[in-house]
Design a protein around this ligand. Structure first.
Ligand code: UN1
Length: 498
């Protein structure tokens, strides 16, 4: 094999690109072509994290005192740079994470949307004034930055999730230590480059790459870190929340999902099938809002399954860099193993494998982590495949007598992120909206995604702490300070116990 030049990327601390103090690096490979090295990255440890925290403390002194509209100008600039580099960034996402290029382009658009929205907050960032119960007294609230904040992000949205944490955190005046997933550091490096070019002062955004444990622990343990915004597994998020609580740190943890779609017998079948196939198999199911359960009303069950299998069989699986491919590889060997293990579990549990179920091999498939889109029918709520997050292209299908039973099935899991119902009956739609236990509820639309100016997050095992995005993000990334000013010329009689 011809020797190819592998580029080594560095951490970004205090406005400088630097090697890790561990002196170690690791390689990232393209999940569609594992022979292709994406780059060599720093294997950072606790010491790097602490240097980044110290740098962020310095950055905070400057940034917290920069007026919010001036912060906004830098975020707008970063958004413009991202727009200029959009195609290159989308390709980076596909090459390091594997998702289809159309999804990667959508991800860049989403990152730009949140930057636009967050920058707009620079001219709002509202507190409120209210009458005092005392004479000659003014009472109002202002927002202050939280301080140094840890940003810990997953591999499945290597650009959009960092963007939707970083932009709101920055507009609120915080300084950050950003620890991206070890599998997708290149998108993170490029995001840091973009903010550097946009003119963000040194120390405000610090990037530390490498495995999660040591860096994450250092951030949790450091008294200088006042908050952590995390997206990842429920297991890690729960631990991080507990450890942070002991130290009175503010945490927002966005975690797993087991999102269900209900299809009622009056639904527009074409619309429902489109949303479900996209929801289950788009981004290879590696998305916390992916559709992983479908609950179909008895009357249309057989017809629905036949159509679902037919549409799924037409999906084209292959390297996401080619626009013709609908379903791309899983992001790693681990992911592939986990998905195949769940497919085995489903079969053992007695579910019916209605489509797919195999790893794909031969030709280009041998170079990546490919698994067929898979559908299990005859699934019941006690099965592991009905309850646990698989995070891959596996859809489980349930039959329900009516809406009431369908909602019971939908609510039978620990997760509560996103959900959807397909129906034309407004009464049933509202019955569903009012009883389904998820943080995001859709009617006649897929479980996927969300708009950046609306809160994003879930209930139960799906999330804890303030919602992300929308004005909820400002609530998380600021402390509210309440101010009372007595402006009377002379001392006045004041109530004692208020
Ligand atoms: C989306 O599905 O559009 O990790 C965003 C995740 C979520 C973000 C999903 N936190 O998949």
């Amino acid at each position: 094999m011809a020797a190819t030049q592998t580029k080594t990327y560095q951490n970004y601390i205090g406005g400088k690109w630097v090697d890790s103090v561990t002196g170690r690096t690791y390689q990232v490979h393209n999940p569609a072509r594992t022979g292709q090295v994406v780059g060599e990255f720093q294997t950072s440890g606790a010491e790097d994290a602490l240097q980044a925290v110290a740098s962020a403390k310095g950055g905070l002194a400057v940034w917290a005192n920069t007026p919010a509209p001036a912060r906004a100008a830098i975020i707008y600039k970063a958004m413009e740079i991202m727009g200029r580099r959009a195609e290159e960034l989308a390709e980076t996402i596909t090459i390091e994470e594997g998702k289809p290029i159309a999804d990667a382009r959508g991800e860049i658009k989403r990152a730009m949307n949140i930057m636009e929205y967050a920058a707009g907050e620079g001219r709002r960032m509202f507190g409120y004034t209210t009458p005092s119960e005392l004479p000659n007294t003014v009472a109002y609230t202002v927002r202050r930055p939280l301080g140094v904040v840890g940003i810990i992000t997953p591999w499945n949205f290597p650009m959009a999730i960092p963007a939707w944490k970083i932009a709101p955190a920055l507009i609120c005046g915080n300084a950050l230590v950003f620890k991206p997933a070890s599998a997708t550091p290149l998108s993170a490096v490029k995001l840091a480059e973009i903010y550097e070019e946009a003119g963000l002062p040194a120390g405000v955004l610090n990037l530390v790459t490498g495995p999660g444990g040591q860096v994450g622990n250092a951030l949790v343990e450091s008294p200088d870190v006042k908050g952590i915004s995390f997206t990842g597994s429920t297991e890690v998020g729960t631990e991080l929340y507990a450890e942070s609580a002991k130290r009175l740190k503010k945490v927002q943890a966005e975690m797993g999902g087991k999102n269900a779609v209900i299809v009622l017998s009056d639904a527009d079948m074409d619309k429902a099938l489109g949303g479900i196939v996209q929801g289950a198999f788009g981004s290879t199911g590696q998305r916390c809002t992916a559709t992983s359960r479908v609950i179909v009303e008895e009357a249309v069950y057989d017809e629905f399954i036949a159509e679902l299998v037919d549409r799924t069989s037409k999906l084209k699986v292959g390297d996401g860099i080619y626009p013709a491919n609908d379903v791309a590889p899983l992001s790693s060997q681990n992911q592939k193993d986990k998905v195949l293990e769940y497919i085995g579990v489903g079969t053992e549990e007695g579910a019916h494998l209605a489509f797919g179920g195999r790893a794909l091999s031969g030709g280009d498939f041998d170079q990546g982590y490919y698994v067929e889109p898979t559908i299990f029918t005859e699934v019941s709520t006690g099965m592991r495949i009905a309850k646990e997050e698989i995070f891959g292209p596996v859809l489980t299908v349930f039959k329900a007598r009516d809406l009431k039973e369908a909602i019971e099935i939908s609510n039978s899991v620990e997760f509560g992120l996103s959900s959807s119902v397909y129906t034309k009956d407004i009464t049933k739609a509202y019955q569903y909206i009012n009883t389904v236990e998820t943080g995001m509820v859709h009617v006649n639309a897929s479980t996927l995604g969300g708009e950046v100016h609306l809160p994003f997050g879930g209930l139960g095992a799906s999330g804890v702490g303030a919602r992300e995005q929308g004005t909820a993000a400002v609530d998380f990334f600021t402390e509210v300070i309440t101010v009372y000013i007595d402006h009377a010329a002379e001392a006045t009689e004041r109530a004692r116990f208020i």
